[in-house]
Write a protein that binds this ligand. Sequence first.
Ligand code: WQD
Length: 335
Amino acid sequence: MSLLLTGGMGYIGSHTVVQLLDLGQDVVILDNLSNASEKVLERIEEITGKQPLFVKGDICNRDDLNRVFTEHQIDAVIHFAGLKAVGESNEIPLSYYHNNVSGSVTLFQAMADHNVKQLVFSSSATVYGEHNLSPLIETMPTSATNPYGKTKLMIENILFDLAKSDSEWSIINLRYFNPIGAHASGLIGENPNGIPNNLLPYVAQVAVGRLELLSVFGDDYDTPDGTGVRDYIHVVDLANGHVKALEKLSALSGCYAINLGTGNGTSVLEIVNTFSSVCGHEIPYQVVPRRAGDIATVFANAEKARSLLGWQAEYDLNTMIEDTWRWQSSNPEGY
Ligand code: WQD
């Protein structure tokens, strides 16, 4: 029996593929390569000695999906595929609603047609909106202010309704906090298209000389050093959280939201200073006005993942940044 990973060639997907292959699982990847490099396949093989089955296709294409479910014995799905840039989602909302929401519905319909009803969904802490105070807990009210976050929330709600309609479904929505870092080999890592939106890839590209200067978006927040505080979690910890969620699915019925975070908050300047000490040189930065939509502090209550999945984050901040630097310095231009 195999696991289907949609978007499995991406940053989090590829790290999850590695953990699953190392555990002896059979993996099928469906990816349209819109935000991933096919070189990831050879890197996964270099790390694990195995090559997952890769199908180039799109979750929006029913025929692509039916082909995968017909040709492979899929018993569970991890759904990573989707567009994920907050800023871009404001510029092209229809692409986000089409790819993320109707693409997900097409996937869920194909799963139902083939009687595959175990699913882990890649959700996001962004569904907590701007009004909840950290530590964020799964019982808090959800909301979203940008099309990207609204698509994640819509898909969560679709899945809650689906599970209510048919008790055979077993679904876990994993709410990621801020994934960073890379596999210790330095062979796979975060490789955003164009100028990075997120902090860590931007800092890493300044450190390796691809970008000149980091802009720190505000130092007037109500935080210890005035800069934004987030819950950064190692991408391998995150991947292991998916493994634990898969293991739990067969014992569950219904739909569950679970945070994947460390429970700790780290500021932008702490990240910059840690990165400087890891890479051995200064990271030039300038403080600029706040970025629209940012809030001061976001970090997880990580208790439910510990009690329900038997999972907790293990890697510390230094390791996250050492692993980031090893990836970026070994691959200055990415894949
Ligand atoms: C982190 C901190 C910025 C860039 C986003 C999405 C979220 C999830 C993770 C997908 C903040 C500051 C950033 C820069 C900076 N993605 N910053 N200069 O905004 O917490 O979350 O990515 O699920 O949905 O919203 O992550 O890395 O963009 O920002 O000062 O060039 O770094 O203000 O305090 P964020 P981020």
